[in-house]
Design a protein around this ligand. Structure first.
Ligand SMILES: [Zn+2]
Length: 1006
C-alpha cells in the first residue's frame, strides 16, 4: 500500500500520522481536551486552573454545538459533519432523497472520525449567503475566469457498501483575475471542506480560502479567497475528499445488477454523465466547453475489472487486497464523456494493425452475444477512420453492455456504455430488427468518437450537431457494410416520418434550441435533435453532393479537433467545401432555427407549374398569429422532381424563401422530393394526385421505394391537416395489394395506425379491419410465413405476418397459434424474426396460464432481446385483469426494472384494449408515476405521448389537463404540454373526418 497516496484504500484516519488524525476532527478545542486528558493524575493548582478553563471551554463548545445542531444544514450522520451534503433539489428522485436520508441517520461512508461530537464549524459555510449582490454564482453558466487544464482524479469504488469516495486535483489557468473559485458539485456529492485548497503552480501569490459555500440552484461550490488570483497565473484546485452513494438511479456513478444462470445476483458500477452528471461523481467544471485532460485512478475490490476512457498503464494490489488501476491521461475532452465501469464482465478483443484495441464486454454468460457488435464495430472503426481521414485519438475502445441504462447507449470516449439490448445480439434468438438496431446504435456511438468527442458543441443548444451528425453518419457506416439493407429508404420511414408528425405541431421546437437552464437540456434529447437534425443534414448532403459533404466534414474535424464549435462555424466550413457555391448558413438557418417544415404545393398556372411553400401544420388553426419568428416560416427549399416522360431524370429548383415556377414538362405526372431526400411534404392538385395514384396501380415500381412511402405518408398527413380528402389517401392504399417492399408497407402501417387508434372504439373499426384483411391477405400468400431471405425480405415478412395476425387473416393466425402451442409444449425453437408475433398470438388467444408461462420464460432467459419480445407480447392479452396486473407491476422493480418502464408502457399501445387500460392506469396512478419516475427525463417524456396519443374525447382531455396541473412534471413539462395539444387536435379531427372515413370504408369492403 502506498501510504503517500492522498487517497489510498484505507480510512482517512489511517493514512494520517496520529497527531494529524486529530485534525480530522478539526477543532483545536477538541484537540486540547485530549491533550489535557493525557496529562494523567499529576494534579497541581496550575493544572486545576487549566482544567477549569478547559471545562469552561468544553461547556462553551457544547453550547455552541447545541446551538449549531439546530441551525446546521444536513451533515453526515456519522459525525464527520464537515462532509457537506446539501438538501436534495426538488427534482431529485426518491432514490436521490434516500441518499441524503441515509446520511442523516445511519453510518455513512465517512470514516474520518468515530466521534459523534459535531465540531464548531462555521455554519455559514453550509448555507447560501445572501449572494444576490454578487452575480457570478447567480448566473447559470460558470464564469470563464478560470479554465481547467488537467484533472488528476482518484476514485475508490466500494461494491459492498455501494459508496464511492475520491480526490481530485484540477490545474487551473487564470484567464481573468478573480478571488472566487467556482466549480460544479451535485448536492449529492459530499465534500470535506477542510481538504479543499488552492495551491499556486509556480511563483504565484499564495491564497487562502476565506469561506466556501454552495449555490444550490446552479450546483456551484464557491470558494472565496483572501485575495485575487492574478491573470496569467496557474493554480491547482485540490479537493482531498469527496463522497457519494452508488444507487440504482441510472445517473452519475450508479449501481446495476444482473443474475447469473444459477440465480446469484452480481452487482456492478457504471456511469452516465451526460448532460450534467459528472458533478455527481466528482467536483468539476461541468460544461462541454471546459475541455481538459483527465488522468483517472480507480481503486476497487478484487473480483472486478475497472474500465475508464483510457488504457490502464499501471495496476497494483494494495496491502488491503484492493486493486488500484491507473489509467493513461485522456486527450483534451469534455466532462460529460468521461466514464467508469467496475464489473466482473468478460470481453471479446480485437487489435487493429495500428495498435488500436477494440473490446466488447458483457456479463460472462452473454459472451456469445457480443460477436455481432465486434464484427460490425471493427468495420465501422475502419470505415470512419477512412471517411474522416484521421484515426480515433483515444487508443482503445471498450463497448460495454450493462443491464441497467437510461438511454440506449452513451458515446463516452473510449468507453461506450449500452443497455444490453442495444449491444448484444444472439443470432439464434434475436430478430433481424434487433440486429438492425444493434448495428445502428454501435455505428452511431462510434461516429461520435469523431463528431461529438473529438469536436464538441460549445453549449447544449447545439446538441443537435452531435446527434444529427452521428445519426446521419451511422447510416453511411451501415450502408458500407450492408449495402443490401436498403438503409437510406428505411431512414425515411423509421426516422423522418415520426419526427415529421411531431414537428408539424405548434408545440415543436427548433433543432437549434435556446437552452439557458441546464434543467432544460434533457427536454432537447428528443427526436427533433436526433432525427430532424439528421434529416436536414441528409437534405444538405443531397444538394451539395456526397464528396463535398465528406470534404466539409474532414475540414471541420481538422479545424476544430479538441475544440468546441458552434453551428455557424460548421456552416462556414461547408461553404468553403463547396467553394462558395452556396452560403450554407443562410440556407440551413431556415431549417435549424425555426421549428416546423414546409409543404410545397404544385399547381398548374398558365401552362407552367407554380411551386408555393407554406408551413405544414397538422392543426393550422393552432398557429399563433403573433408568432414573431424572424424567418417567417419560409425556407430555402431544394425541390427535386421527376416527370412521367423521364422518370429517372432528377431535376432541381430552389424555392428561396418564396415560390418558384417550372415549365410544365408533359401532360403526365410530376413527382416532387425525389427519394424523399428533402425534409418537406409535397401537395398536388386533385387531378395530379389521381395521375400519381393511377401510376401506382398500373406499375408502382416506376417510383423509388422512398417515394412510394412518401406518397403514402404525405397523403395521410395532408388529409389529417385538411389539405386533402382522406378519400385520396385511402384510394392510394389500394395499390398495396401488389407492394412487396418493406418501406412503403411500413409507411402505410404507421399512417393507418393513427386512424386505427382514433376509431378503435367506433363502429367503422370493423370495416377498417376488414379492409386491411383484404389488402394484406394476398401479400401474405406471396411472402408466406417461412423465415428466410435478406434482411429486407425478412423485414417485409415480419411486418406482413404481424398485421395479418392482428386483423385476423385466418391462415396467419392459425400458423402463429400452432407455433406457440408447439413452443409451449415441446420447446420447439421459433423463427427468431417471428417469435414476438407468435408469443403475441399465443397470449391473445390464451388466458392466465399462457400469460404466466410467458412471464416465467421472460424472467428465465439470459438473452435480453428475447426477454424484451416476451415482455412486449404480454401486453397483447385481451383479458383486462391481466393487463391491470401487468401495469401495476411497473412500480415493483423486482418484476419490472425501472429502465424498462417506458418500454412496457409502449407495449400497451398495440391493441385497443391495452391502450384503454394504459390510459386509465396513467390517470389513476399519475401521482405515483410522478413520484416514482418523475426524475427520469427520458422515461416520462416517452411514456406520456405514447399513452395519450389517441385521447380524442373532451372527457379524457379535461381529466388529463387537471392531472397535469395538479401534479406537474419538472423535467419533462414539454411532454404534458404536447400531450394536451395533441388531444385537442384529436378531438377536432374526430368531428371533421370520422364520417367521411367511415363512408369510404363501408364502400370498400371487397
Ligand atoms: Zn448520439
Amino acid at each position: 500500500m502506498d501510504r503517500n497516496e492522498r487517497f489510498p484504500d484505507v480510512t482517512l484516519a489511517e493514512q494520517k500520522s496520529p497527531e494529524k488524525a486529530n485534525d480530522v476532527m478539526t477543532k483545536d478545542t477538541v484537540v486540547r481536551i485530549r491533550q489535557a486528558d493525557r496529562t494523567g493524575c499529576y494534579v497541581t493548582r496550575f493544572r486545576i486552573i487549566f482544567l477549569g478553563i478547559t471545562l469552561v471551554l468544553l461547556i462553551i463548545t457544547l453550547l455552541t454545538f447545541i446551538g449549531m445542531y439546530f441551525r446546521r444544514e444536513e451533515t453526515c450522520g456519522c459525525g464527520a459533519n464537515q462532509v457537506t451534503y446539501d438538501k436534495p433539489n426538488p427534482g431529485a428522485s426518491q432514490q436521490d432523497n434516500h441518499v441524503t436520508g441515509i446520511n442523516q441517520s445511519t453510518p455513512c461512508a465517512c470514516d474520518a472520525g468515530s466521534t459523534s461530537a459535531p465540531t464548531g464549524q462555521n455554519p455559514n459555510l453550509h448555507k447560501n449567503p445572501d449572494a444576490s449582490k454578487i452575480p457570478p454564482w447567480k448566473q447559470i453558466r460558470l464564469p470563464k475566469a478560470l479554465v481547467p487544464g488537467h484533472y488528476d482524479l482518484r476514485l475508490k469504488i466500494d461494491l459492498t457498501n455501494f459508496v464511492f469516495s475520491g480526490s481530485v486535483n484540477i490545474s487551473l489557468y487564470v484567464n481573468r483575475s478573480t478571488r472566487f473559485v467556482m466549480f460544479h458539485r451535485s448536492s449529492l456529492l459530499g465534500i470535506l471542506e477542510k481538504h479543499v485548497r488552492v495551491v499556486p503552480l509556480g511563483r504565484f501569490p499564495r491564497r487562502h480560502i476565506k469561506r466556501q459555500f454552495y449555490e444550490k440552484r446552479y450546483q456551484f461550490h464557491v470558494l472565496e479567497l483572501n485575495g485575487e488570483l492574478p491573470v496569467g497565473s496557474e493554480y491547482s484546485l485540490q479537493i482531498g475528499d469527496f463522497r457519494g452513494r452508488i444507487i440504482q438511479n441510472l445517473r452519475g456513478l450508479y449501481k446495476s445488477t444482473y443474475k447469473t444462470r444459477d440465480g446469484t445476483e452480481r452487482a456492478l458500477a457504471a456511469s452516465q454523465l451526460q448532460s450534467t452528471d459528472a458533478r455527481r461523481v466528482f467536483p468539476c467544471f461541468d460544461e462541454p466547453d471546459f475541455k481538459a485532460t483527465f488522468k483517472t485512478t480507480i481503486i476497487h475490490q478484487p473480483g472486478y475489472n475497472a474500465l475508464s476512457n483510457m488504457p490502464v498503464y499501471r495496476s497494483s494490489v494494495l496491502t488491503s487486497g484492493w486493486l488500484k488501476k491507473e489509467f493513461l491521461s485522456t486527450p483534451i475532452m469534455s466532462t460529460y464523456i468521461l466514464a467508469f465501469v467496475v464489473a466482473d464482465f468478460k470481453s471479446r478483443n480485437y487489435s487493429f494493425n495500428n495498435g488500436y484495441e477494440f473490446r466488447v464486454w458483457a456479463q460472462p454468460e452473454a459472451y456469445s452475444q457480443t460477436e455481432h457488435a465486434m464484427d460490425f464495430g471493427i468495420k465501422a472503426y475502419e470505415f470512419f477512420t477512412e471517411y474522416f481521414n484521421i484515426s480515433d485519438v483515444v487508443p482503445k475502445a471498450d463497448h460495454v453492455a450493462v443491464p441497467d441504462f437510461s438511454a440506449g447507449a452513451m458515446e463516452n470516449w473510449g468507453l461506450v456504455i449500452y443497455r444490453d439490448t442495444a449491444l448484444l445480439y444472439d443470432s439464434e434468438v434475436s430478430s433481424s430488427s434487433n440486429k438492425y438496431m444493434v448495428t445502428l446504435i454501435v455505428a452511431h456511438e462510434i461516429a461520435h468518437s469523431w463528431f461529438g468527442n473529438m469536436v464538441t458543441m460549445k453549449w447544449w443548444d447545439d446538441l443537435w450537431l452531435n446527434e444529427g451528425f452521428a445519426s446521419i453518419l451511422m447510416y453511411f457506416a451501415m450502408d458500407n457494410t450492408y449495402p443490401e439493407w436498403n438503409v437510406f429508404p428505411t431512414q425515411v420511414v423509421e426516422d423522418m416520418f415520426p419526427v415529421m408528425v411531431k414537428d408539424a405541431m405548434v408545440t415543436s421546437h427548433p433543432v437549434s434550441a435556446d437552452i439557458k437552464d441546464p434543467d432544460e437540456i434533457h427536454q432537447y434529447f428528443d427526436v427533433i435533435s436526433y432525427c430532424k437534425g439528421m434529416a436536414v443534414l441528409r437534405m444538405m448532403q443531397d444538394f451539395i453532393g456526397w464528396d463535398s459533404f465528406r470534404r466539409g466534414l474532414q475540414m471541420y474535424i481538422r479545424k476544430f479537433k479538441f475544440k468546441n464549435a458552434e453551428s455557424y462555424q460548421l456552416w462556414q466550413t461547408f461553404t468553403e467545401a463547396v467553394n462558395n457555391t452556396f452560403i450554407i448558413k443562410e440556407i440551413m438557418d431556415t431549417w435549424t432555427k425555426q421549428s416546423g417544415y414546409p409543404v410545397v404545393t404544385v399547381r398548374e398556372v398558365n401552362g407552367s407549374y407554380s411551386l408555393e411553400q407554406s408551413r405544414f401544420l397538422l392543426n393550422p388553426e393552432e398557429a399563433d398569429p403573433e408568432d414573431s419568428n424572424p424567418f417567417g416560416y419560409k425556407w430555402y427549399i431544394p425541390f427535386t422532381y421527376t416527370c412521367q416522360d423521364s422518370p429517372t431524370e432528377k431535376q432541381l429548383v430552389w424555392l428561396n424563401r418564396g415560390s418558384a415556377t417550372i415549365p410544365k414538362p408533359s401532360s403526365g405526372w410530376l413527382l416532387g422530393n425525389v427519394d424523399y431526400m428533402g425534409f418537406f411534404r409535397v401537395n398536388y392538385m386533385p387531378d395530379m394526385w389521381r395521375k400519381l395514384v393511377d401510376q401506382l396501380l398500373l406499375n408502382h415500381t416506376v417510383f423509388p421505394q422512398a417515394n412510394r412511402a412518401g406518397l403514402i405518408g404525405d397523403t395521410f398527413a395532408l388529409s389529417r391537416a385538411k389539405m386533402l380528402d382522406y378519400e385520396m389517401a385511402l384510394n392510394l392504399t389500394r395499390y398495396l395489394k401488389k407492394e412487396m417492399s418493406y418501406v412503403p408497407w411500413r409507411a402505410f402501417l404507421d399512417s393507418i395506425e393513427f386512424l386505427r387508434g382514433m376509431i378503435a372504439t367506433r363502429a367503422a373499426y370493423v370495416h377498417l379491419q376488414q379492409y386491411l384483411r383484404n389488402l394484406v391477405a394476398p401479400v401474405f400468400d406471396l411472402v408466406g410465413p417461412m423465415d428466410h431471405g435478406s434482411l429486407s425480405e425478412r423485414y417485409l415478412r415480419r411486418i406482413i405476418l404481424g398485421i395479418a395476425c392482428d386483423v385476423g387473416v385466418e391462415k396467419a393466425v392459425k400458423y402463429a397459434h400452432s407455433m406457440f402451442k408447439a413452443w409451449k409444449k415441446y420447446g420447439t425453437r421459433l423463427p427468431s424474426d417471428q417469435a414476438v408475433l407468435i408469443y403475441s398470438v399465443g397470449v391473445r388467444e390464451g388466458g392466465a396460464e399462457e400469460w404466466d408461462f410467458l412471464w416465467e420464460k421472460a424472467h428465465s432467459t439470459s438473452v435480453a432481446s428475447e426477454r424484451a419480445m416476451m415482455m412486449e407480447s404480454l401486453a397483447q392479452t385481451q383479458k383486462p385483469w391481466l393487463l391491470w396486473r401487468y401495469a401495476n407491476w411497473l412500480f415493483d422493480p423486482n418484476k419490472i426494472k425501472q429502465q424498462d418502464v417506458r418500454l412496457v408502457m409502449g407495449y400497451f399501445t398495440k391493441t385497443p384494449l391495452a391502450r384503454m387500460v394504459a390510459l386509465d392506469f396513467l390517470m389513476s396512478r399519475w401521482k405515483d408515476m410522478v413520484n416514482s419516475f418523475g426524475h427520469d427525463p427520458f422515461l416520462m417524456r416517452e411514456v406520456i405521448p405514447t399513452v395519450t396519443a389517441f385521447v380524442n374525447s373532451d372527457f379524457h382531455f379535461r381529466q388529463l389537463k387537471n392531472l397535469f396541473e395538479e401534479t406537474p412534471l419538472r423535467v419533462a413539462s414539454k411532454a404534458t404540454e404536447n400531450a394536451l395539444a395533441l388531444a385537442r387536435s384529436n378531438i377536432k379531427w374526430m368531428k371533421t373526418h370520422y364520417n367521411q372515413i367511415a363512408d369510404w370504408l363501408e364502400k370498400n369492403q371487397t
